[in-house]
Write a protein that binds this ligand. Structure first.
Ligand SMILES: COc1ccc(C(=O)Nc2ccccc2)cc1NC(=O)CCSCc1cnc2[nH]ccc2c1
Length: 263
């Protein structure tokens, strides 16, 4: 008899709900698995578009890495399946939605909320780095909040294992606000890039806008490379080796004073 063959998932296993977001390679829908009634986010990617953009290998590697990443502050990828034209990713649904939308609505967070998110993000980064995985794109747009208010690192399209990232030129698309000096200078960078972004995020959650935000990219470049900031500098250091570690964040007096660990 052996182990029952894992039944192949198909679209027919799901009731599809409202669209949650429109992505570059496809859209994300709220969905419910019919038998278990389990709510998920179903991401639909079109094979043709993946081929045109030459990212199938990146998706394959990401699916591989994601299946090993299991952490309460990292959005889960439960399953994936495909049909002739599309690839479906069965993702965890974060019911409170996107952090940047909440931040826009609230303007900024109090110290308790910020410390909780910074603690949880540091915890997730400690886990990723222990698996030699660097996120490289920590910013509010890539963070989601679960039903019970926990932070989830949600977007891994930038994810790269060390093997890949040295040669890879970072396309400076999107906001520069979160880029560390070493990535702007195009020099060697390691997992400490995520700790720089954590510092930028901590500032933005408390203040309401990122620390180096200016009207022009070149001006933002200059302010980042000079770490031109009036702000406790322990979170933002030019020298990657001098940056605070995830453990030090989690045990830092400000975080400890403001973050109440789960009972
Ligand atoms: C683990 O997560 C992911 C894993 C893989 C990919 C991906 O697309 N990889 C890729 C694609 C093509 C080429 C190479 C790689 C994306 C995500 N994550 C998201 O797309 C963001 C949350 S979508 C779900 C979700 C949940 N909960 C919500 N609540 C409100 C909105 C919402 C939205």
């Amino acid at each position: 008899a052996g182990t029952p063959k894992k039944k192949e998932l198909t679209l027919a296993n799901f009731d599809i709900g409202k669209p949650l977001g429109k992505g570059k390679f496809g859209n994300v829908y709220l969905a419910r698995e019919k038998t278990s009634k389990f709510i998920v986010a179903l991401k639909v990617l079109f094979k043709s578009q993946l081929q045109n953009s030459g990212v199938e290998h990146q998706l394959r590697r990401e699916i591989e890495i994601q299946s090993h990443l299991q952490h309460e502050n990292i959005l889960r990828m439960y399953q994936w399946f495909h049909d002739k034209k599309r690839i479906f990713l069965v993702l965890e649904f974060a019911a409170k939605g996107e952090l940047y939308k909440i931040l826009q609505r609230e303007k900024r967070f109090d110290e308790k909320t910020t410390a909780k998110y910074v603690y949880q993000l540091a915890n997730a980064l400690k886990y990723c780095h222990s698996k030699k995985v660097i996120h490289r794109d920590i910013k509010p747009e890539n963070l989601l909040i679960s039903l019970i208010g926990d932070l989830k690192i949600a977007d891994f399209v930038q994810l790269s294992s060390p093997a890949v990232q040295w040669g890879q030129r970072t396309t400076l698309c999107g906001t520069l606000d979160y880029l560390p000096p070493e990535m702007i200078e195009g020099s060697f960078h390691d997992e400490n890039v995520d700790l720089w972004s954590l510092g930028v995020l901590c500032y933005e959650l408390l203040v309401g806008n990122p620390p180096f935000e200016t009207e022009s990219n070149s001006e933002t470049y200059r302010r980042i490379t000079r770490v031109d900031i009036r702000y406790p500098s322990y979170l933002l250091r030019h020298d990657p080796r001098k940056r605070i570690s995830p453990d030090a964040v989690m045990t830092h007096h400000w975080i400890v004073a403001n973050h109440t660990p789960k009972d």
